[in-house]
Ligand binder design. Structure first.
Ligand code: S3P
Length: 426
């Protein structure tokens, strides 16, 4: 799908966003191995989270959907059954990596794969710890999907993550639910803690001691009622839109403000953004609030080390903000960007080139000079949802209409993106 986006003079009004993608995956998976009914409201409408539901249904969970509310009937830790066919994780790294933690413990063999992009993403990072727990996993070239997982009885491990990855941490903790004893994961940096919070909500025993997380195996997980906060990573596109389009003032209601995700707001505020947070509450251990933002001059900045990891999903749209800022943006320590849905350093750079924007590349990052004029161009999502949305936002500040090729990729995390953009951009 091609989408034309015209330059805007203001991004204003109030919006609400679909449920957080990361939290939706976790609630969907844990509900299917809990006992009884779980009602999840504001479940993500994104295709990735629908892939998770499709897999859990194929494994025997009862799933009913009405709009954004999903009811899942689980039959406990031992209640899944062998799927009739290979599981399809679509474009979703979170689905294949976290669900592998469940599949590794099943008394049957499962194959799980996905689309062309997913088939190029590294899986050794989960195969190693699951192998140590006792699972046997075959993969294409020993590291790529599809995975064939020979599940069985798992034993607990004490595992130090070689890469800071919430998906890998979650995979091991979820597998630990099925092992007799305590499974511990040590992280090099604090990554998003939605799994820890969700596990506690469902009744598991989770201890957190700085960067070490321990789960006790064989808990009784119980179905419950949950609400997914709006997705802060989806909000990022609109926050940046309001910062680069002249007459902007935007309110985003009900956004997830979990401290392991909200580094985005601190970074924007440090660079000069006028941001207010109102009406903070909590649900399922997750913070939620309204975010108000006004057009403000942005200085620019440097992203490195822990901050890069905390903002990894927001970097495509922050690159766009950097080019519009006073002093530009430098991103370091971001080699993980090379193994996302696309090699995002390469796809950001290609679209910058098409829009006439300067960018200097490194193997693990880039530098974008500030005060740049965005030129009308035909840009491409390259099938990556965050690239589609980041460059749709860039188009709002261009000197003429832009075309986004493969714009439908946005629906992987945010199917309502273009409708929402049309409502607030003038
Ligand atoms: C996610 C973790 C991050 C992030 C991804 C979602 C999660 O990946 O980029 O979009 O839900 O745990 P890594 O854990 O691979 O860094």
């Amino acid at each position: 799908m091609r989408k034309q986006i015209s330059p805007a003079t203001s991004v204003s009004g109030a919006i609400q966003l679909p449920g957080d993608k990361s939290i939706s995956h976790r609630y969907g998976m844990l509900a299917a191995i809990a006992e009884g009914a779980t009602k999840i409201s504001n479940y993500s409408s994104g295709a990735d989270c629908q892939s998770t539901l499709g897999c859990m249904r194929a494994l025997g969970a009862g799933i009913e959907k009405q709009d954004s509310t999903v009811c899942i009937h689980g039959h406990g830790l031992d209640g899944l059954h062998e799927p009739a066919a290979a599981l399809d994780a679509g474009n979703s790294g979170s689905t294949i990596r976290m669900l592998s933690g469940i599949l590794a413990a099943q008394p049957f063999v499962t194959t799980i794969g996905g689309d062309e992009s997913l088939s190029k993403r590294p899986m050794a990072r989960i195969m190693t710890p699951l192998g140590q727990m006792g699972a046997h996993i075959e993969a294409r070239e020993n590291r790529f999907p599809p995975l064939t997982i020979h599940g069985g009885k798992l034993h607990p491990i004490d595992y130090t993550l070689p890469v800071a990855s919430a998906q890998v941490k979650s995979c091991v903790l979820i597998a630990g639910l099925f092992a007799d004893g305590r499974t511990t994961v040590h992280e090099p940096l604090r990554t998003r803690d939605h799994t820890e919070l969700a596990l506690r909500e469902f009744g598991a025993d989770v201890d957190v001691d700085r960067l070490s997380i321990t789960v006790t195996g064989r808990p009784r997980l119980e179905g419950r009622e949950l609400r997914v906060p709006g997705d802060l990573s989806s909000a990022a596109f609109f926050l940046v839109a309001a910062l680069i389009v002249p007459e902007s003032s935007l309110t985003i209601h009900g956004v997830g403000l979990n401290p392991t995700r909200s580094a985005l707001l601190d970074f924007l505020a440090e660079m000069g953004a006028q941001i207010k947070i109102l009406d903070v509450s909590s649900s399922g251990g997750e913070l939620i609030g309204d975010v108000l933002i006004r057009k403000s001059p942005i200085r620019g900045g440097v992203l490195e080390k822990a901050r890069t990891a905390a903002l990894i999903d927001e970097i495509p749209v922050l690159a766009v903000l950097g080019a519009a800022s006073e002093e530009g943006l430098v991103v370091r320590d971001a080699s993980e960007l090379r193994v996302k849905e696309t090699d995002r350093i390469a796809t950001i750079a290609e679209n910058f080139r098409r829009m006439g924007l300067a960018i200097e590349l490194q193997e693990d990052g880039f530098a974008v000079p500030g005060k740049q004029q965005f030129h009308a161009a035909e840009v491409d999502s390259f099938g990556d949802h965050r690239i589609a949305m980041a460059f749709s936002i860039a188009a709002l500040a261009a000197d003429g209409p832009c075309t986004i090729l493969g714009a439908d990729a946005a629906s992987v995390s945010f199917p309502e993106f273009f409708d929402t953009l049309q409502r607030v951009a003038e």
